[in-house]
Design a protein around this ligand. Structure first.
Ligand code: NAD
Length: 293
């Protein structure tokens, strides 16, 4: 059976995912609170819906791409939420970087209606969403994962089913904790190399080819930091949320993880220098404003 897809949240990620699914010949409805965003989506072949509940009634698979866990809970379970209208047999694929407890709560409440839920946060940014090459970590029942696999395959290059509902968000937060730390350590390593007399561009090439390489040195610094473009399509506000979620998880587990703690501290301190609306890579400016500002 062909999945009829509804995408809720048509921002930097959701709109590009939806457009990719249109290119792969799925029928895709889209809803966003912003009328301007719905208009943009319609120009990409996404069928715009002005009423989220009407979208839910039409679709067998619903993809969420919302800012935070609280939006996911409100959209699914809140007053005027999807819960009231979802058809039995619907599957929700939540690509929001959210919180494992929220995923479990939403999944449990929907299960009684015959609606399945997987948390499926993604990596790869708007470019990965637009080209169908994202990486995705999925938490949920194996049978549900397999049921929506054609949709996941259309959006991703790599998919990893990491466990039950909630596991996807834990894996994603672990990933983003590392990305947040790597941005700072790469800025520090380049600062050290420059002060010692190296050309920063050459130092970056050396790092990215070596064992210290990471997405920070291989993708983020070349594309968005060294050229001062700061236009990755991922905001500081969203990365601050993710670092905060990692800190909360570490604390809730009673762990003593000094690097995680220091990373959270540095990201928190960046509020004095970098706005929520800035690009997340602007954290590099806090290490060395002269080099990266
Ligand atoms: P965004 O802010 O660009 O888009 C979010 C969209 O959700 C906005 O258009 C907003 O109007 C809409 N929205 C908010 N509440 C809504 C509601 N109740 N109903 C319908 N629409 C609503 O954010 P984004 O960059 O697309 O990120 C989406 C999610 O993906 C976040 O959880 C983020 O952490 C995660 N993520 C983002 C990136 C990236 O590079 N941008 C990469 C990986 C993961």
């Amino acid at each position: 059976m062909q999945h009829v897809i509804g995408v809720i949240g048509l921002g930097n990620m959701g709109r590009n995912m939806a457009a990719t699914l249109v290119k792969k010949e799925f029928t895709v409805y889209g809803f966003d609170l912003s009328a301007d965003v719905r208009q943009l989506a319609s120009e990409q072949g996404i069928l715009p819906e002005n009423d989220v509940l009407e979208l839910a009634k039409k679709c067998s698979t619903i993809i969420l791409s919302l800012p935070k866990a609280e939006h996911v809970e409100a959209v699914c379970l809140g007053e005027n939420g999807l819960k009231a209208v979802l058809n039995q047999g619907t599957t929700i694929i939540d690509t929001t970087t959210s919180v494992a407890e929220t995923s479990r709560k939403v999944a449990q409440e929907l299960e009684s209606l015959g609606v399945e839920f997987v948390d499926a946060p993604v990596s790869g940014g708007p470019a990965g969403a637009a080209s169908g090459t994202m990486s995705m970590v999925v938490g949920g029942k194996k049978a549900t994962y397999e049921h929506v696999l054609p949709v996941l395959e259309a959006m991703t290059r790599v998919r990893i089913h990491v466990g039950e509902v909630g596991a996807g968000n834990i894996a994603k937060i672990a990933n983003n904790l590392l990305a947040a730390a790597h941005l700072i350590t790469t800025a520090e390593a380049l600062t050290m190399a420059e002060k010692a007399g190296l050309d920063p561009e050459q130092a970056l090439q050396a790092i990215s080819a070596g064992s210290g390489g990471s997405a920070a040195s291989q993708v983020m610094f070349p594309n968005w930091v060294m050229n001062k473009a700061y236009n990755s399509g991922f905001t500081m506000a969203l990365m601050r949320k993710d670092v905060g979620l990692a800190k909360d998880l570490v604390e809730s587990l009673g762990l003593d993880l000094p690097m995680a703690q220091k990373t959270a501290e540095l990201w928190r301190a960046s509020v004095d220098q970098v706005e929520d609306s800035d690009d997340f890579c602007a954290i590099a400016k806090c290490t060395n404003p002269a080099l990266f500002g």
